[in-house]
Design a protein around this ligand. Structure first.
Ligand code: GRF
Length: 203
């Protein structure tokens, strides 16, 4: 299974994916790690693992479609059965989303549909939520709104801060993302017109 990973930052989820491949629990090959930022820490992680990297800086393109088409060219040149967003901080155009229809997956640090967008940990605390977590979903044109694949939930503790919460959520992310990607690698997970199907059953 050919996996491409899009990042903008430190890439701890990318690291979890690379580690799972190393450990044999994720039967995939990362064909490309693509970042929109040259200083993304995840690029080092990819290089250390001997994975091809590319930087496509959105500031070098006149508009979002031009940037997205540059990414499509690079991704398709490397081959990708699944494109995993792992802390990729740009909104994708409908052209991009449609091009990878059913192959594009994102991880988001909240229990969607709660807290789409940024600052999810602070917002969960402000809202007085008792639970928080992360969600993995197929990407559609609606931001953080695509069909859900899996979630991990954890209780919010009385003395949690956005930082402590973020740290605990990330630990769950690092377990869940490689697991879901293995479902893809094993051909068990599909996006159908009916919704998300795992082993042929609609979730
Ligand atoms: C994660 O919390 C992920 O849910 C969100 O961005 C963060 C990326 O962290 N989309 P990292 O770069 O994988 O460390």
């Amino acid at each position: 299974h050919r996996l491409a990973v899009l990042i903008s930052g430190s890439g701890t989820n990318l690291q979890a994916i690379l580690d799972a491949i190393d450990a044999g629990s994720l039967e995939a090959r990362v064909t490309l790690v693509l970042s929109n930022r040259a200083d993304a820490g995840g690029l080092q992680r990819a290089r250390r693992a001997g994975v091809d990297t590319a930087v496509i800086d959105h500031r070098d393109y006149p508009d979002r479609p031009a940037f997205d088409h540059a990414m499509i060219r690079e991704l398709d040149a490397h081959g990708a059965d699944t494109v995993a967003l792992a802390g990729f901080m740009r909104i994708l155009s409908s052209d991009f989303v449609r091009h990878y229809d059913g192959r594009l997956i994102n991880i988001h640090p909240s229990l969607l549909p709660l807290h789409r967008g940024l600052h999810t940990h602070a917002r969960a605390l402000e809202a007085g939520d008792r639970e928080h977590g992360c969600s993995i979903h197929f990407v559609t044109e609606e931001l953080d709104g695509g069909p859900l694949i899996a979630q991990a939930r954890l209780p919010i503790l009385a003395n949690d801060t956005p930082e402590t919460l973020s740290k605990r959520v990330q630990e769950y992310e690092h377990g869940l993302y490689p697991e879901v990607l293995q479902w893809r690698a094993a051909g068990r997970l599909r996006l159908t017109t009916q919704g998300v199907a795992l082993d042929g059953e609609i979730l």
